[in-house]
Ligand binder design. Structure first.
Ligand code: UDP
Length: 378
């Protein structure tokens, strides 16, 4: 049967590989890293704690098709993510902003909706048509809350002001005036793989027709041995940056060991200060992550940076308010489309989109079906 090359063993590559194998194709998966699971890779460390090597991966979706597909490959445990923000003085308040956040931040007893509404009416800026993320937030919660909870974090995360980032980036985070304190309040399905993501990927990729090679970098000369290549590498890198660089933010992860007895229950704490760090994850507070409890736990602190300052580790595609990288990506995508029909770019880096796991799975499930249709038609 026809041989297919899949570049990258993250969610996009794994969905393509598994589906193609199930349709009788022989799939060769390569990844330049020494492990499967892409940025979802996790492992149990010396403290007996499960750590996600590339930052917290919390699965949430409303897409039952995606969830049904995932549950074929492992067991899941329910987990509804909650986050705290550390404000000046060290106090932790719930985040995203809700009534309790506002009440605790201003130290004001806003016990009912009417008193909150009157208070917020004095905070808000009256902006009929917000032109950017700053105005959008200020029209909802005012300047003080915007600056405290969004301006500094966004500057650290993206090295951009709120005026310059695309509003969709901060709109990932809800703002509410009730007491709802979930990080993903609108998603019906919120789970973690019971045995970790790496085990889940092991099962997805466990198929007679899938061969995996790790620690192998993609080389264009490989393509000639395959009828088709699904490639999750950065599209601009593939074309040697011919039209210019598509920028990415990256994260440097700093590991700390703390006394188990010194820790509170929060799994993630965001920082609102001007240090270079954005957030810390206390892994043992996630279900199934304190695998072998001991005296110490592991905490990962994130320090965002340009991907060129972190070994070309591309994590977050950059979306500006003027969308200046959109047309640049389109030029690469058009070139790929014109490239003889034996190549398709997939996933976050291949499509240059800030996608969550469920969106990558969904995009890949539809993408592979579409491709299979073209094969039937041919
Ligand atoms: N954000 C912020 N303050 C926070 C958390 C998020 O300003 O405490 C902004 C920031 O620009 C961030 C974006 O909202 O990049 C999206 O946040 P999310 O938590 O979804 O980011 P991820 O978990 O994907 O890193």
């Amino acid at each position: 049967m026809a041989r297919i090359l899949v570049v990258g063993c993250g969610f996009a590559g794994a969905v393509y590989a598994r589906t193609l194998a199930e349709h009788g194709f022989d799939v060769h998966c390569i990844d330049q890293r020494p492990h499967i699971a892409g940025n979802a890779y996790d492992y149990v460390d010396e403290n007996g704690v499960r750590v996600h090597k590339y930052g917290p991966h919390l699965f949430h979706t409303n897409n039952e098709k995606v969830f049904r597909w995932m549950t074929r490959f492992g067991a899941f445990v329910d987990y509804k993510h909650k986050v705290a923000c550390r404000i000046e003085g060290g106090k932790l308040v719930p985040f995203p902003i809700n009534r309790d956040t506002i009440s605790q931040f201003f130290d004001a007893p806003l016990s009912d909706e009417a008193s909150l509404e009157a208070f917020m009416a004095r905070q808000r800026r009256d902006i009929a048509e917000p032109a950017n993320a700053a105005e959008m937030l200020e029209s909802k919660v005012g300047t003080t809350l915007t600056d405290t909870f969004f301006r500094r974090y966004t500057k650290k995360m993206w090295d951009m002001d709120l005026e310059d980032i695309h509003a969709s980036v901060v709109q990932r985070v809800s703002v509410r005036f009730d007491r709802q304190d979930l990080y993903f309040p609108n998603d019906a399905i919120q789970v973690l793989p019971r045995d970790g993501y790496t085990a889940l990927f092991g099962n997805i990729l466990d198929h007679d027709r899938i061969r995996i090679e790790l620690g192998v970098a993609f080389d264009k000369r490989m393509e000639k041995d395959y009828v088709f290549c699904f490639n999750s590498m950065a599209i601009d890198e593939y074309y040697d940056h011919a039209y210019g660089d598509l920028p990415y933010r990256s994260i440097r992860f700093h590991t700390e060991h703390r006394n188990t007895s010194d820790c509170d229950h929060w799994p993630v704490v965001n920082y609102t200060d001007m240090s270079p760090f954005t957030r810390e994850t206390r892994w043992h507070n996630l279900p199934g992550h304190h695998v072998t409890p001991g005296p110490k736990v592991t905490v990962t602190v994130e320090e965002p940076c340009d991907y060129r300052d972190n070994n070309l580790e591309r994590y977050y595609p950059v979306r500006t308010n003027d969308n200046k990288y959109g047309p640049l990506y389109e030029r690469y995508a058009e070139r790929a489309a014109a490239d003889g029909g034996r190549l398709k770019f997939i996933g976050r880096c291949g499509t240059y989109q800030y996608l969550d796991m469920h969106q990558v799975i969904n995009q890949s499930l539809s993408g592979v079906q579409k491709w299979l249709q073209t094969q039937k038609a041919a």
